[in-house]
Design a protein around this ligand. Structure first.
Ligand code: PSU
Ligand code: MN
Length: 320
């Protein structure tokens, strides 16, 4: 394959030594949070991963190259530059061919993480089936990517700006395990609960890592959603959030916001409507996912340590 990828030397070193690495997306920086909180959060998330003993690898496209592992200057550019594309699977070739800057969504981050050999990725929330998808057909490419690309995505579930029951149905159809981390329910981003039961649960990093390892050893390509509820002390009251979500959705409808602009619009409208409380919760849950992601990456790296080969007794003759 032509060389489209630049991996930071620290990340290369960690991968070569089978040390834990956690991938991070950049759409959350460029299109998910306002400046300068986005930059502060991007740095704090990397710090949280290091504090757990793993190496962070934030992923983006800069000057038409896929970059895995960024400098503080790169993060500053992604956080402040106006002309950063939002890149999902369909957009990656365009950004590379046209030498653009782009922030990667969950889908594109999974693709790039896989290219680099990273198996665990932490973020805030995944995209999903939008409400009204039966009319609009708006289903995030994140779901398709989860079906095909072998990376585990640690997230706080998905926001109820999405249709969460339909999102779970699509993930089931496409064979994507959705693992509740310390919970039996799909968390709903700002809320710890959605009322939607999951049928896969892990309570420790080791249990989570064993499921990843087994899926991929079976040859079942594709991702896993590791749904990690927001810490209780940072969760928002359900009625406040639900009101803000309804209002944000109504505004999007009124202003005709569609397609790739829908998610960023809804996020920033939610922040205004909750007077910044949704942003504060968002930051806390991303930090929490980064810590959990680092622990799972460590447990997974420990499993990958090649076991000493079992030495079969030499039986002369028979197979010789
Ligand atoms: N959900 C969030 N915050 C985000 C996103 C989703 O709570 O920043 C971003 C992620 O990058 C995700 C993308 O992959 O939005 C989904 O966009 P779309 O719905 O256009 O596929
Ligand atoms: Mn969409």
């Amino acid at each position: 394959m032509p060389d489209f990828l630049s991996i930071h030397p620290e990340v290369v070193r960690a991968l070569q030594k089978h040390e834990p690495v956690v991938a991070l997306e950049s759409t959350i920086i460029s299109h998910g949070m306002p400046y300068p909180r986005n930059l502060e959060t991007a740095k704090a998330v990397e710090e949280a991963i290091r504090a757990e003993g793993a190496v962070p690898a934030t992923i983006a496209v800069l000057d038409g190259r896929i970059r895995v592992g960024l400098s503080d200057e790169d993060l500053e550019l992604l956080a402040s530059e106006k002309d950063v594309m939002k890149l999902s699977r369909r957009d990656l070739p365009v950004a590379l061919a046209q030498k653009r800057h782009g922030a990667t969504t969950v889908a594109a981050t999974m693709i790039c993480a896989r290219m680099a050999g990273i198996s665990v990725f932490a973020t805030g929330g995944i995209g999903g089936v939008h409400r009204g998808a039966e009319e609009s057909f708006d289903i995030s490419a994140d779901l398709e990517e989860l079906a095909r690309t072998s990376v585990a995505v640690v997230c706080a579930g998905a926001k109820s700006i999405l249709d969460l029951p339909k999102t779970l149905e699509v993930l089931e159809t496409r064979g994507v395990p959705v693992m509740g981390y310390g919970t039996d329910e799909l968390p709903a981003f700002y809320l710890r609960e959605s009322g939607l039961k999951l049928n896969c649960r892990a309570d420790t990093p080791e249990e989570a890592a064993a499921i990843l390892q087994t899926k991929w050893q079976l040859g079942l390509e594709g991702g896993v959603v590791i749904a990690n509820p927001i810490p209780a002390e940072h969760a928002l009251p359900a009625d406040e959030i639900n009101k803000a979500i309804e209002a944000a959705l109504a505004d999007a409808e009124k202003q005709g916001i569609k397609g790739k602009d829908a998610t960023p619009f809804l996020l920033s409208r939610m922040e205004e409507l909750t007077k910044g409380r949704s942003l504060a919760a968002n930051i806390e849950l991303v930090l929490n996912n980064a810590r959990t992601g680092a622990r799972i990456a460590k447990a997974f790296a420990a499993l990958r340590e090649p076991p000493l080969p079992a030495r079969a007794p030499h039986r002369p003759g028979y197979f010789a």
